[in-house]
Write a protein that binds this ligand. Structure first.
Ligand code: AMP
Ligand code: MN
Ligand code: MN
Ligand code: MN
Length: 278
């Protein structure tokens, strides 16, 4: 079996390692085909591509775009994108803008909840000043010792209904899929099992995604339980979407699943890489 890992992060967004170090870890873990998919950013691609070439690792240029759909945040991964495409580059810049202002608002809420200096604290973990994310705040809160691990931080802070949550208007689904397709890429719904949609909403979401030209969904991801692998394999086939596999690795010791460490896709789905020259 080819070990394909099409979702992970470097310190160009909210991962902990530089792109070349992520490539080296993917190679060491036995990954054959690898995509770096930083949030709303393609700045890590040149380093990732060069490192993969040095290591003999097959490389797929990627990105993970933040989207607001039906009032909720969803993520759309783009694979095999031309990262120099002007519309994509401008769209991602627009999507990133506002993160700093949001971060100051998050810090103010956290201060009121007894977590002081969170903007400066989060910034210590930021590799790219354009991309300050909730994950950077989570690392700071963990460092303070008020929570035992990252999942506990997100159960108590930074999420809807908890201190430090500031809703944000990201790209639209149509924009994200359009930018990816316009850059020659394949659009993939990231970790569908994380979205709090009703069955009806999921149906509308998958249908709309397909109508805009989306092609695949993640079935086997570090964000899904074992039961969800089967559940979303079924959904992928039901909606005529290809299936993707990606760890969503952010950093050693922090992520539940390491690069290349997921099980294979369930039988019966069509892998998103079925027609790639690999
Ligand atoms: P943002 O794009 O600033 O809203 O930050 C979202 C990031 O926070 C995600 O990409 C994850 O890295 C992290 N995150 C959000 N929710 C959770 C969670 N429940 N558990 C672990 N990480 C999370
Ligand atoms: Mn992240
Ligand atoms: Mn995501
Ligand atoms: Mn991700």
């Amino acid at each position: 079996m080819l070990n394909v890992d099409l979702h992970c992060h470097s310190n160009i967004s909210d991962g902990m390692l530089a792109p070349a170090a992520v490539a080296a870890r993917a190679k060491a873990n036995g990954v054959d085909v690898w995509a770096l998919t930083d949030h709303d950013e393609v700045g890590g691609i040149p380093e990732a591509r060069a490192a993969a070439a040095d290591l003999g690792l097959q490389y797929v240029p990627g990105v993970e775009i933040s989207v607001t759909w039906a009032g909720q945040t969803v993520h759309v991964v783009g694979l095999h994108i031309d990262e120099t495409n002007e519309t994509l580059v401008q769209g991602l810049a627009a999507t990133r803008s506002g993160r700093e202002r949001r971060a100051h608002q998050m810090a103010a809420q956290l201060a009121a909840a007894g977590i002081p200096d969170a903007f400066e604290g989060a910034l210590k973990f930021v590799g790219n000043p354009d991309l300050i994310s909730r994950m950077h705040f989570a690392r700071y809160i963990l460092e303070l010792g008020v929570c035992a691990d990252i999942p506990e931080v997100f159960r108590n802070y930074l999420t809807d209904g908890n201190p430090g949550f500031v809703p944000h208007r990201w790209a639209t689904l149509q924009q994200a899929v359009g930018w990816i397709r316009g850059a020659g890429g394949i659009a993939v719904i990231a970790h569908p099992g994380r979205y709090k949609f009703s069955e009806l909403e999921f149906g509308a979401f998958f249908d709309e995604f397909k109508r805009f030209g989306g092609a695949a969904m993640e079935v086997t991801t570090g964000s899904h339980t074992v039961d969800q692998y089967a559940q979303y394999a079924k959904a992928a086939n039901q909606y005529g979407l290809l299936a993707s596999r990606g760890s969503d690795f952010h950093g050693p010791g922090e992520s539940r699943v390491d690069l290349g460490a997921l099980p294979a896709l369930p039988d019966g789905v069509v892998p998103v890489w079925h027609n790639w020259a690999i």
